[in-house]
Design a protein around this ligand. Structure first.
Ligand SMILES: Nc1nc2c(c(=O)[nH]1)N[C@H]1C(S)=C(S)[C@@H](COP(=O)(O)OP(=O)(O)OC[C@H]3O[C@@H](n4cnc5c(N)ncnc54)[C@H](O)[C@@H]3O)O[C@H]1N2
Ligand code: MOO
Length: 421
């Protein structure tokens, strides 16, 4: 058996992989629980917004024609008939020479077609009646929110695949969505393989390290919109690995393992794929870190064999697993967004393969800069917390000097505030 694996370009690996993500069914969930989920249906306006004529100001609703003689030196007086608060309706039809006091959001009475702001008027009592003084002409439709001004009935407002943010929630609430149709979260099983791995509660022992990738992948799956299911740690034995992957396939749509995917004596993932009868899509990609990233397909399920090295594992998930999850969610933009930034410091490293350097962005003088967020080896964990992007250094180069423009793919804002979709 040859251990040599021929690396394939990233694009080729993605083309192979992206034939397989399955479409996930929808479910209805509470509006308040829908933030961060993905719409499974288009949303149409079932009524216009506003659906009745509304006043945008506290003031007086009038007929514009009643004000045509009004001017700075020619005040006119209109008889005040009543008051409409927001939520109320004034029954009757306003005539020439009449006014109704109205609050912001109030329904403009029939017959009225303009509103004057309260500050531009004054009220006066005369002979038991109230009059309102205007010193300016109003145009028909002035200060009126017309029916459908915001949204016309029947408009397609949101398309299936839309990420639900606060604005989407506002729109759904406007149309009375108590329950929202969303795609079910794909279930992603996470298995950390390695006899050297300890739990976070265990003391360090010779030759052992703590499992950090399991927790990291759990978080990456969560922020990609999936439902992670942790299968903990398995020892490097073929039987245990096979048994756990089998159990994970029963519970999840996608199975992600970390470690055991290379050519070591105890790297059992390739053999497990074989035993399961899964079709191997790739097991070597022309990239660093994460060259050992593997994927296989079994029926409608995908298996990812990510590196055990923390940075390689992280990059492998973002570049390959995340777009699969987002495709299953029905999203349109499934890949990480690309921008260009100015390199802040020399990054001089020979790149036989395309290199994804964990990096951080900064703005200075309105310009976007990028620099590595720490050490750049695949077994490094310390550069991950500060990374909000990967700097992409193309294969076949010897790196770049400070001041060069480089391509950057965005991952997550450091303040957790950005929604990279
Ligand atoms: N002869 C060769 N050796 C290696 C090759 C190669 O092509 N030929 N590739 C190297 C590259 S590149 C990588 S990346 C690693 C990938 O190895 P595996 O994915 O099989 O991972 P392991 O050997 O199981 O572990 C690698 C490293 O990571 C640590 N690890 C594993 N799991 C975790 C975890 N859950 N949390 C934290 N750290 C973990 C593990 O202890 C090892 O130190 O192979 C190279 N070798
Ligand atoms: O897959 Mo290894 O991480 O290329 O560095």
């Amino acid at each position: 058996m040859t251990l040599f694996r021929k690396p394939i370009p990233i694009e080729e690996a993605l083309i192979k992989l992206m034939q397989f993500p399955k479409q996930i069914e929808e479910e209805y969930i509470e509006l308040t629980a829908s933030a961060g989920r993905v719409l499974s249906r288009d949303v149409y306006a079932s009524h216009p917004v506003p659906w009745f004529i509304r006043s945008p100001y506290d003031g007086y609703a009038v007929r514009a024609s009643s004000t045509k003689e009004a001017g700075e030196h020619n005040p006119i007086w209109l008889e005040l008939l009543g008051i409409v608060a927001a939520g109320d309706v004034w029954h009757g039809t306003l005539q020439e020479g009449q006014a109704v006091k109205i609050m912001t959001g109030g329904a403009v009475p029939d017959g009225a077609n303009a509103v004057i702001m309260r500050e531009l008027t004054k009220e006066e009592e005369r002979d038991g009646k109230t009059f309102v003084q205007l010193k300016r002409k109003l145009k028909e439709g002035e200060n009126i929110s017309s029916v459908g001004e915001d949204i016309e009935e029947g408009t397609r407002l949101l398309t299936k695949g839309t990420y639900i943010n606060a604005g989407v929630i506002a729109l759904l609430a406007t149309f009375g969505y108590e329950k929202v149709p969303v795609t079910r979260k794909p279930k992603v099983a996470i298995i950390a393989t390695g006899s050297e791995l300890l739990g976070t509660d265990e003391p360090l022992m010779p030759g052992k390290i703590r499992n950090s990738n399991g927790f990291m992948l759990y978080t990456q799956a969560l922020r990609s919109g999936a439902e992670p299911i942790s299968f903990g740690v398995v020892k490097d034995t073929f039987e245990q690995t096979l048994e756990t992957v089998r159990a994970a396939l029963k519970a999840a749509d996608i199975v992600v393992t970390t470690g055991g995917v290379s050519v070591g004596d105890f790297d059992y993932i390739p053999a497990v794929y074989k035993e399961l009868g899964a079709e191997l899509l790739f097991n070597k990609i022309a990239m660093r870190p994460g060259s050992v990233t593997s994927a296989a397909v079994l029926g409608d399920q995908l298996l990812f064999g990510l590196s055990g090295n923390p940075s390689a594992c992280y990059v492998g998930f973002e570049l390959f697993t995340r777009p699969v999850i987002r495709t299953m969610l029905g999203m349109e933009n499934v890949y990480l967004q690309k921008v260009e930034a100015t390199l802040k410091q020399d990054v001089l490293k020979a790149n036989p393969f395309t290199r994804f350097v964990r990096s951080k962005l900064s703005f200075e003088g309105g310009r976007l800069y990028v620099q590595p967020s720490g050490k750049d080896k695949s077994n490094i964990v310390s550069s991950l917390p500060g990374a909000d992007c990967f700097m992409v250094l193309p294969g076949g180069t010897r790196g770049w000097q400070a001041g060069s423009m480089v391509e950057v793919v965005l991952i997550e804002g450091q303040d957790g505030m950005r929604e990279w979709k």
